[in-house]
Design a protein around this ligand. Structure first.
Ligand code: AMP
Ligand code: ZN
Ligand code: FE
Ligand code: FE
Length: 288
């Protein structure tokens, strides 16, 4: 049983449409994936249809943009009720913040002499419901300014870079509460990746566990062997589940192939049980 609980489609900043992503998951021999686009459930319906067609179980999820003590933290939410009014309102607020930020980033780039227009961005972001810095990165690649997304972040878009513009994100502790109240299961994505490592120390993880956090995504390419061992120890101490996932973005993120990191079947079962216990109205899409 191969289970990959963190993937993105072109509804956010992945490069494959939800149905194509599910087809690729079947091709990669995966039994279960979670679709966890940034801040949106817009890809769920297409993924649900593809789950049946390709015989892959698809767990509906979201990767929510949050902040804790000034640092960006990504929170995975599995099986939350997508009609929960408080959750919907928070996601709408985050997406609105993203939409405000895009023109500001393009203006910064134009100030640098780069012809970055909204029209050109729309050509690269295509079907995306939620726009992000990776789309602006794709535009810089298209314009011949940089070779790839990584170079675009390094030169322009990373925090502190010349075209970086901050945006609204949910409070982390509040978001954990919202996900739980919506029947969902909150798991910290790549806790010791990029920005979040500087705020997610052991006492903080203990506080978040008290606030309703259920798991840590330990097996992620952002974590090396030492970090994984340490995070496993912390998870065991705090009674948190340990997950693993690719954080696949199609061709948008190299090395993150579908199924390159996986979650144990008993952990997947425990996550589903937590969703049932929380009163989630959802079951995973597809077979079984
Ligand atoms: P956004 O949510 O629009 O702020 O963009 C965040 C996305 O950009 C995430 O999916 C990250 O994978 C990606 N990202 C963030 N920082 C970097 C970086 N330094 N290099 C490459 N990708 C990055
Ligand atoms: Zn992403
Ligand atoms: Fe993330
Ligand atoms: Fe992600």
């Amino acid at each position: 049983m191969q289970i990959d609980l963190h993937t993105h489609s072109s509804v956010s900043d992945g490069t494959s449409a939800p149905a194509e992503l599910v087809r690729s998951a079947a091709g990669a021999g995966l039994d279960v994936i979670a679709l966890t686009d940034h801040d949106t459930t817009a890809g769920w319906a297409e993924a649900a249809a593809a789950a049946d067609a390709h015989g892959v179980v698809v767990a509906p999820g979201i990767e929510i943009s949050t902040r804790h003590r000034g640092a960006g933290v990504h929170l995975l939410a599995y099986l939350p009720d997508p009609t929960s009014p408080l959750l919907v309102a928070e996601l709408d607020r985050i997406v609105a913040g993203r939409e405000l930020r895009v023109p500001a980033m393009l203006a910064r780039l134009r100030d640098l002499g780069i012809p970055a227009t909204e029209e050109a961005l729309a050509e690269v972001s295509g079907a995306a419901v939620v726009t992000g810095r990776p789309h602006v990165a794709d535009l810089l690649v298209r314009l011949g300014v940089v070779a790839d997304r990584d170079a675009a972040f390094a030169g322009y878009l990373a925090e502190g870079g010349p075209a970086f513009v901050d945006r609204y994100a949910a409070d982390l502790t509040a978001a954990i509460g919202l996900v739980g109240a919506a029947g969902g299961v909150p798991v910290l994505a790549h806790p010791w990746g990029r920005e979040s490592r500087r705020v997610l120390d052991t006492p903080t993880l203990a506080e978040l566990a008290d606030a309703g956090l259920v798991g840590l995504e330990v097996d992620h390419l952002d974590h090396g062997p030492t970090e994984r061992a340490e995070l496993r120890r912390i998870a065991a101490d705090l009674g948190l589940l340990v997950t693993g996932a690719s954080d696949h973005h199609g061709t948008g993120k190299t090395g993150h192939d579908l199924g390159c990191e996986t979650t144990a079947p008993e952990v997947w079962e425990a996550l589903r049980q937590r969703a049932r216990d929380n009163g989630s109205p959802l079951a995973p899409f597809g077979p079984g």
